[in-house]
Write a protein that binds this ligand. Sequence first.
Ligand code: ADP
Ligand code: MG
Length: 357
Amino acid sequence: MASTETNGPMILCDGLVKIYKVQDLEIVALQGLDLMVDRGEFMAIIGPSGSGKSSLMNILGGLDRPSAGKTIVDGQDLLKLSSFALTRYRRQKVGFLWQQPSRNLIPYLSVEENVELPMIVAGMSYKERKDWTRELLEAVGLWDRRHHDLPRLSGGEQQRTAIGVALSNKPVLLLADEPTGEVDTATAETILNTLRFLNREYNLTIVTVTHDTRLSDQVDRVVTIRDGRTSSERVRRLRAAVVEEAGEMVAEDNGETAAEEHEVSYHEYAVLDYAGRLQIPRDYLEEMGISDRAQIELTEAGILITPATGLDNASAQAARVSQVSEQWGPQRRPADLKLRLSDASRGLRKLFGKEKE
Ligand code: ADP
Ligand code: MG
């Protein structure tokens, strides 16, 4: 899984915009998303439904095109690729893992045949194909079951076969959209262990969308997307000193010992975009009673954000604009307008002396 570019991050999204046009409607799925993923990182993307996670994955996977902004993967700017180059990118650079393993698999072929098929299509030589198939099937723990038909496999085994298929083209990047979305805890665990093994063994960059905390608790970094933008990120930290003291540096190939699990801590960061904009979690704002305006002060400890006080009349009024406009939302306007029209016509009728009082 060699990459052509060895410098720079694996993924760089700078102001990525995705707009879907459906008849006359424009749906903005991504509105200036910034994201950087290092080579060899294993990271997760979380966020509410409809926040743009799948749109992002489809763009990174070359299945869909960005509308604007920069999206560079392994040194290639996806916005600028021709259709031909984008197809080649999709075939050579990325592997895709879906929620339903069936999307990667052909049911009447054996495990081995499924993994080998994309290599045949790609024109890989016999020897390279056989070697890589064996290595992959050993990596996902299915070498012993290589002759099995898919219907005889468990859900976890099918998803591991799908991982083998996703990696058959030796991609530099594995994209997974909710890979543990439909499985029980034990299966989720084996999928996670397989991904983690591949990440460590091959330094494979993995980006996974998930709402599964069993998965997001185990990756290097978790980025939250809200309304088509990156809003916060959580970074996993290993307190190495403590681990060393415990004298239990963990063996690489099998899972973690309890000691390592306990030395992991997370740190939550807010993400700044290129213009210096910051999304503050809604519950923090509510807790502080901040709605439209806030005060920002530079203090010794950092930047302090407090509710706005001492607004003069003009700015106090400005601050209330969005509140008022909310109350005057579209549903209220017709009634309001009718009222005002009837007022006005009453006024006119009065003027022309037609109103009976
Ligand atoms: P998520 O994966 O986080 O649930 P999506 O990326 O699927 O979010 O969707 C983001 C927004 O874009 C949603 O409003 C969704 O309805 C819209 N959307 C996604 N795909 C399409 C499409 N092919 N055509 C039109 N709108 C789409
Ligand atoms: Mg989705």
